[in-house]
Every structure is written in structure tokens, then in C-alpha cells.
Design a protein around this ligand. Structure first.
Ligand code: BGC
Length: 738
């Protein structure tokens, strides 16, 4: 009796607060209900003002949820390489938190050069955990713009020149991030292949190059990676800003690919309310509108998708259909991220993440040249090591633009070498040249002071002196994250190394023949002294554990297994964009080289690159058997499998990246000489041998027919080519498509 009375009282109380007893959990909060029901339920509870608020920023990196309904804010964070330091609400300056120092992971060029999909997954999982812990629900990365020119200042944030490699690496990265209930936001969609005039340049590209080269990684992100967000690019395509581009966003992304996620603008990438309403954009960030300057407080109401939009609705110039669509997609994002009660909690700045970063760094480092087996450094025969170059002591996690990080720590190459070598050999250091001694970005200042007042002659003399009687010289130079180097907002001005390094390297090579050049960069550089320098290592920007990873490879604790994800040309004119004179263009840039990007250009024009795409050496050797096919002929719809034996013929364990390229012997449209269509990284003990198999179908044989606006596999003869790089071809087998 008493129990019944209690129940009645509770029910009466609830109904007096407007809560229906049968409807205690609103549908939108009930995660057992289907996603679309939850979305519709939340949507119908929202006012137009709440909807408008949700589709544009409220601070530099956040947008409002719906406080009244308990729908959380969305918090974005840069970027692809680590979780950016907290910045002030309205400004780019750091907020001064003391608990936001992250693990810096290797730059994406290093990740793609591992050619290891499992490491891409580890990368995504680890960085996603860091984002989750910091309560960010959208990670602004990874970047998948194709490496068109070695001068693009942001190449280091992308995954190289090949659409197949990039597609295969981006998918596990995304899945790893999103397993944390954090959205990956693939960027910058699309054709953002240079920094010069990035906000205004109109890219003119034919459909074949668009679909075959520049779009596949985005398509894979959407269709295979199920990415929850995409960021529009700054540049224009067909005269329209990519952040609200009818062709790219409505027709291709949503129409052809069926993208269900959120399109986020790049920061300041919106410039037209009408287009932003109608052309596929969902969220506007970073705008500075109508005379408002950078960082002016409360500029948010003036965003294109703020007051100007509500005014248009109020005046009846536009309905609310598009607004509802945008909000639906943002609600879905919330349900997948902040409102997923089962998502993990994440972790931040951990040793586990640092070690994941180190593993990726070690596998990404590429041994480009190793004449006379100068590497690994034989410590039993080495008494004195001369380390020369600014990049041996420079922090590379600071600078470069939005991917700049406040890392918990960063081991420089010199520190890594000293730690690893200890007193097994003497290490002497000389700077050799002065590049950029200022190391700060948005208030994050590198911990090491690089002040240097001595004239160049003195620096050169000092470097030559220590090099002369050393057993080995390690020149650790390359580019850095300063303006016109590997840096957002500016492109490089030339292919040559900056700060007089070429001259210094040549002089050093004259006094000591045992010299190794370690190139710290995210881009190819010219090496006019290549014949004088027996050892060359591509060292990338490797993040927190950079120095440890590099030292482990240089002394041979780790056997290098990275392969280049882009071509190193001898000179700029050996690159298609430059040969045809269209980089960086002016108001417009014409991609006249079409589909012939990277090795596709090199192959077509029979150019000998400095180092080809896919190239990378090991401290062991591999012997390849002859490739075989399980069929001679296939029908459309069939699969065909190629097998090849690979044996480690050296005396130590190592990994080899076996590459499959496909050639179409005859086709109605011009095609590249060959295209990458498969790769596997195999670990082999000394003497061990394994069979590597690749199964492909007609997608690997297809090209984009611009007249039909479709992918076409033409019947005829093809060849499967197995290579250790794009130029080191091991064997071929023919087959045909009926
Ligand atoms: C960059 C984006 C970045 C955003 C936020 C823009 O300038 O192009 O890649 O995510 O800023 O920092």
C-alpha cells in the first residue's frame, strides 16, 4: 500500500515537471535507438537560433552544442602529428596551460614512408587517445593532399605522391583515431597542393587527374575509412572556394561517394553565405569577416553562417531545409563522439605513445644511399664521431604552422646519439651553419637557445677541424619549419638546401670521405654533391623520439626499412609541374602535367631521379624470385593473384616492402607507364624466405574515362611488375582482361 502511494507521488511529481513517466529517457539520449531517430528527435527540440549557433564557431577551436538539451560543444584540435597546445578562446596565442604537453608523433611523410598499414593504425589509435583525453572530439587530420611539387611548404603534413599508397595508409589511421570516439577530419578537400596564394588560387585540373590522382585518398577515407568529418580546402576549383564548392562537396563528396559526415571549413576558408548554405558545408571556423581582424573578440556573430544566415531566413530568402541538414550531420557527429557513453577515456603524454611514435619513426627513416656500407656505424672500430649541422640540435616540433606542437619532450639527434653511444666513442659537435635561431610558434618556444653570433668562416673552420680527424662525419641538416622551408602558408623557393649547406657538405667531404648526410625534412632536396657523400639518410620530422629513433638506425640497432613516398628529382625541371611551368601559378594554376605526377612523370619522360619513389635500402639484402600469376586471363568480376618469393640473403633480420605495379600495354587514353596497385611489408630473419601475394581485381586495371565520367577497365594485355622501388624492377608477368 505504502509502496503504491510512493509511486503515485513520484509520478505526480514527474508530470508536474513536464516529464512523462513512459518517456523518461528522451529518444535522442537513448543509445539503443537508431541513429536517425535520435537525430530527428534532437532536431525537433531545437530552435532556429540553436541550430544557427551550432553551425559556426564560438571560439578559435570550438562550436556550441545545445546547453538546454545537454548536447555538448564540439572541440576541434590540430593536427595530424599531435594534439595542439590549448590556445586562448579568441586568439591563436597559447592559453598557458601547463598540462597540455603532448606526445609529438612523426610527420605524416614519415608515416607513409613506413609503408606499414599496422603502423598507420597504431598512429591513429595513439593520437586518438591523446585527443580523447584532452576532450577533443574532432582531430583536424590527417592530411592527404598529393605531393605535386617538392616546393609545397606543407608536403610534410601529407603522405606523398601516390594515390594508392596514401589511400591505403589513411584508412587505418582514421579507424584508429575513431576507435576512441574521436572524429578524424581528413583535410584539405581538395587540390590544396601549394601554399602560395592558397586562399585565392583557382586550380585548373582535368577530370582524369582529379579522379585518378587527387581524389582517391579522400574517397578511400569516406568509403573505406568511414571518416566522420572532412575539412574543405582554402583554394578554389572551377572558380569556387573549395569550402563551399558545389562540384566537390555536393556532386562528388555527397553525391557520388555518399558522405554522411560533417564538412568543416578550413579556418577562414568561407567567404560567401549563399554558397556556404547551399554547397555542402556544415561548420564554419576561423573566419574574419567584414573588416573584423584576426582574433577580434566575438566576431562569431558575423560569421557567414551566423547572423547573415539567420537574416536570410528571417527575410524568407532561404528556408530552413539546408540548416536542418547541417544540424542533422552535426548531431550525428555528437552521437558518435561526445555523446557515445561507451567510448574510451583516452590517455595523454604516455610512454606507450612515445614508444609508438619511436617505432613509426624507426620504420619511416629511409636509407637512401649506403656506399661501401658506411652505415651502420661500426662502434667497435669508431673512436671519434663528428656531428655537424644545425638540425642535430634544433627542435622540430615547434613551428611549421598549425601542426606546431608543445611536446612533452623532444630528443634531438645529437642527444639521441650521445645517449645511445655513451662512452663507446667520442662525439664532437659543430654547428657548421646558422639557419633559423628563432624557434617559437604561437608562444611555444623551443627549449634550446640557438643564438649564434660567430661569422660563417669561423663556423666552417670549426666544422672542418672536427671533421678532419673523425672516423665518421654525420652531417645532420636539411630544412626546418621556418618560413619558405617546410612551413604552412609559404612554399619553398628552390630545391637546394638552404643556409649554404651544399657548399659546407662539399668542403667536409673533401676533408673526410666517411661522411653521411642526414636530411631532416618533409620534402625532397637537391644533392649536387651526391657522388662525394657515401651515406644519405632521409630523417624526416620525427617528433618526440626523433633523436632516439635516428640513433638506433645509424648505429644499426634498427635495420632501416622505410621507402620513399615521393620522388627525389635531381632538379626542379625533372618534376612535371615545374617542367611545364605551372607552379605556383598566379591567380590560377594549371595542372598541365595532368595524371603524370611523381613517378608517373619520371617514367613517361625516362628521367633518372636522384632517388625514385619506393626506394629505400636495408642493412641486409633481399633476393626476389620470379613473380607468377594464378591465371593467364580474367573476366571482369574475377580476381587474379600474383605471388613472389622474397628471401633475406644477408646476415641480419630485416623488412622489405614488396611493391606491385600494373602496366596497361594498350589503351584508348594515355596511361602512366605503370601504377602502384599493391604493397606488402615483410619481416624476414637472416636466411628466411616468404611468399608474398597480391590479389587484385579490375579496379587495379581501371582508368577514369572523362568522357564517360566513369572508371573503365579496357580488355587487353596487362603486366604485373614486382619492384623493390619504382625503378628497381625484379620481375614481370603478363595477363589479360577479357
Ligand atoms: C590549416 C588547417 C588547420 C587550421 C586550424 C588552417 O590554417 O590550413 O590545416 O587545421 O588552420 O589550425
Amino acid at each position: 500500500m505504502l509502496k503504491n502511494v510512493k509511486t503515485i507521488v513520484v509520478l505526480l511529481l514527474l508530470s508536474s515537471f513536464g516529464v512523462n513517466a513512459q518517456d523518461k529517457v528522451p529518444v535522442y539520449l537513448d543509445d539503443k535507438k537508431p541513429m536517425n531517430e535520435r537525430v530527428e528527435d534532437a532536431l525537433k527540440r531545437m530552435t532556429t537560433e540553436e541550430k544557427i549557433a551550432m553551425i559556426h564557431a564560438q571560439s578559435k577551436f570550438s562550436s556550441p552544442g545545445v546547453k538546454r538539451l545537454g548536447i555538448p560543444e564540439n572541440w576541434m584540435t590540430d593536427g595530424p602529428h599531435g594534439i595542439r597546445t590549448e590556445v586562448k578562446w579568441d586568439e591563436w596565442d597559447q592559453a598557458g596551460w601547463t598540462n597540455d604537453s603532448c606526445i609529438a608523433f612523426p610527420a605524416l611523410t614519415a608515416l607513409s614512408s613506413t609503408w606499414n598499414k599496422e603502423l598507420a593504425s597504431l598512429y591513429g589509435k595513439s593520437i586518438g587517445e591523446e585527443a580523447r583525453f584532452r576532450n577533443k572530439n574532432v582531430l583536424l587530420g590527417p592530411g592527404v593532399n598529393i605531393y605535386r611539387s617538392p616546393l609545397n611548404g606543407r608536403n610534410f603534413e601529407y603522405m606523398g605522391e601516390d594515390p594508392f599508397l596514401t589511400s591505403k595508409m589513411v584508412v587505418p589511421y582514421i579507424k584508429g583515431v575513431q576507435s576512441n570516439g574521436v572524429a578524424a577530419c581528413v583535410k584539405h578537400f581538395a587540390l590544396n597542393n601549394q601554399e602560395t596564394n592558397r586562399n585565392s588560387v583557382n586550380v585548373v585540373v582535368d577530370d582524369r587527374a582529379l579522379y585518378e590522382i587527387y581524389l582517391p585518398a579522400f574517397k578511400a577515407a569516406v568509403q573505406e575509412g568511414d571518416v566522420w568529418a572532412i575539412m574543405g580546402a582554402y583554394n578554389k576549383y572551377k572558380g569556387q572556394q573549395c569550402c563551399h564548392n558545389e562540384y566537390l562537396l555536393n556532386d562528388i563528396l555527397r553525391g557520388e561517394w555518399g558522405f554522411k559526415g560533417v564538412v568543416v571549413s578550413d579556418w577562414g576558408g568561407v567567404n560567401d553565405t549563399k554558397q556556404a548554405i547551399h554547397n555542402g558545408l556544415d561548420m564554419e571556423f576561423g573566419s574574419w569577416t567584414n573588416g573584423l581582424s584576426w582574433g577580434t573578440s566575438n566576431a562569431y556573430d558575423n560569421y557567414y553562417l551566423a547572423k547573415p544566415y539567420s537574416e536570410m531566413i528571417r527575410k524568407g530568402e532561404v528556408g530552413t531545409k539546408e540548416l536542418d541538414e547541417k544540424v542533422r550531420r552535426i548531431l550525428r557527429l555528437s552521437f558518435l563522439t561526445t555523446m557515445d557513453r561507451n567510448r574510451p577515456f583516452g590517455s595523454f603524454g604516455t610512454e606507450e605513445h612515445a614508444l609508438a611514435g619511436r617505432k613509426i619513426a624507426e620504420e619511416g627513416i629511409v636509407l637512401l644511399q649506403n656506399n661501401n656500407n658506411i652505415l651502420p656505424i661500426n662502434l667497435s672500430k669508431t673512436k671519434k664521431i663528428a656531428v655537424i649541422g644545425e638540425n642535430a640540435i634544433k627542435m622540430m616540433t615547434v613551428g611549421g604552422g598549425s601542426s606546431s606542437l608543445k611536446a612533452r619532450y623532444e630528443i634531438t639527434p645529437l642527444e639521441g646519439l650521445k645517449k645511445r653511444i655513451g662512452n663507446q666513442a667520442e662525439i664532437v659537435y659543430a654547428r657548421g651553419y646558422v639557419g633559423d635561431p628563432t624557434s617559437n610558434y604561437n608562444g611555444v618556444v623551443a627549449k634550446v637557445s640557438l643564438e649564434e653570433k660567430r661569422p660563417q668562416a669561423e663556423l666552417t673552420a670549426e666544422a672542418l677541424k672536427i671533421a678532419k680527424d673523425a672516423d665518421i662525419v654525420l652531417f645532420i641538416g636539411g630544412l626546418n619549419k621556418s618560413e619558405n622551408q617546410d612551413d604552412e602558408g609559404h612554399d619553398r623557393k628552390h630545391l637546394e638546401l638552404p643556409y649554404g649547406q651544399d657548399k659546407l657538405i662539399s668542403e667536409l667531404a673533401k676533408v673526410n670521405k666517411n661522411i653521411v648526410f642526414v636530411n631532416i625534412s618533409g620534402n625532397a632536396v637537391a644533392m649536387p654533391w651526391i657522388k662525394e657523400v657515401p651515406g644519405v639518410v632521409q630523417g624526416w620530422f620525427l617528433g618526440t623520439e626523433a633523436g632516439n629513433a635516428l640513433a638506433n638506425v645509424l648505429v644499426g640497432d634498427v635495420n632501416p626499412s622505410g621507402k620513399l613516398s615521393f620522388t627525389f628529382p635531381v632538379k626542379l625541371a625533372d618534376n612535371g609541374a615545374h617542367a611545364l611551368g605551372e607552379f605556383p601559378g598566379g591567380d590560377e594554376v594549371k595542372y598541365n602535367e595532368g595524371i603524370f605526377v611523381g613517378y608517373r612523370w619520371v617514367d613517361k619522360n625516362k628521367i633518372k631521379p636522384l632517388f625514385p619513389f619506393g626506394h629505400g635500402l636495408s642493412y641486409t639484402t633481399f633476393a626476389y624470385g620470379k613473380v607468377t600469376a594464378d591465371k593467364k586471363q580474367i573476366n571482369t568480376g574475377d580476381k587474379i593473384t600474383f605471388s613472389v618469393n622474397v628471401k633475406n640473403t644477408g646476415s641480419r633480420e630485416g623488412s622489405e616492402v614488396v611493391q606491385l605495379y600494373i602496366t596497361d600495354s594498350k589503351s584508348s587514353l594515355p596511361r602512366p607507364v605503370k601504377e602502384l596497385k599493391g604493397f606488402e611489408k615483410v619481416a624476414l630473419k637472416a636466411g628466411e624466405e616468404k611468399t608474398v601475394t597480391f590479389t587484385i581485381d579490375k579496379t587495379a586495371l581501371s582508368f577514369f574515362d572523362d568522357k564517360k565520367h566513369d572508371w573503365v577497365a579496357e580488355p587487353g594485355d596487362f603486366e604485373a611488375i614486382i619492384g623493390a622501388s619504382s625503378t628497381d624492377i625484379k620481375s614481370k608477368v603478363g595477363f589479360s582482361l577479357k
